[in-house]
Design a protein around this ligand. Structure first.
Ligand code: NI
Length: 200
């Protein structure tokens, strides 16, 4: 016997397929969140730039590269911020509009909001430098599992230096940490990771 599809059963099948695809997408999104090892880290915060308070949530809809360091850092911070700048300048104008860089100082004693902002701007006009009170910085660092330790160095002109985590966090358009890139990641690797998170 030859089987034919009735128009009604075709419609039913299409409806079932739509439901299955919808459920699949929903499940995929759910498991993407469950698979995100950084889901428990991060979150919104408010610190101070040269022109006033800035919150992470101000960047909702944009991918954020977030980095913690200090402006007197001899080599690690300048390298990582130069990489951030190179990542930005390799994006198309449309892509760059959806990406921002944020630098948070872990040396609030020396790095005023003005100094942090000026330092970040030196690397790129698209990187925003933030500072705050020592308590505020400590709270944000704890939120992002960033470790920093003041090392006394009486012999140097700076008096002390700071050992710190050199991680670049990639935060998606919804404010969720999606990736953590180490100091040795190349410009191309970081840019690729950023592009993967650009919405649309
Ligand atoms: Ni540094």
């Amino acid at each position: 016997m030859k089987r034919t599809f009735e128009p009604v059963s075709v419609l039913v099948m299409l409806a079932l397929t739509a439901i299955a695809v919808g459920a699949g997408l929903w499940w995929h999104q759910r498991s993407a969140d469950a698979d995100n090892p950084y889901a428990h880290l991060g979150g919104d915060f408010t610190l101070t730039s040269a022109s006033g308070p800035v919150s992470l949530s101000d960047f909702q809809g944009q991918v954020v590269m977030l980095y913690f360091g200090f402006t007197s850092c001899p080599d690690v911070c300048p390298t990582d911020l130069a990489r951030m700048s190179a990542v930005m300048s390799g994006l198309t104008t449309a892509e760059a509009a959806q990406v921002a860089g944020v630098f948070v100082t872990v040396d609030p004693e020396r790095d005023t909001p003005e100094r942090a902002s000026e330092y970040a701007r030196f690397f790129s006009p698209y990187i925003i430098g933030l500072s705050g009170t020592p308590q505020e910085i400590e709270a944000v660092a704890r939120q992002y599992y960033v470790i920093y330790n003041r090392i006394e160095d009486a012999g140097s002109a700076l008096g002390y230096t700071i050992d710190h985590t050199a991680t670049t966090y990639l935060i998606d358009a919804r404010g969720v940490i999606r990736d953590r890139l180490q100091h040795d990641a190349s410009v191309d690797e970081v840019r690729r990771a950023v592009r993967n998170l650009i919405p649309g």
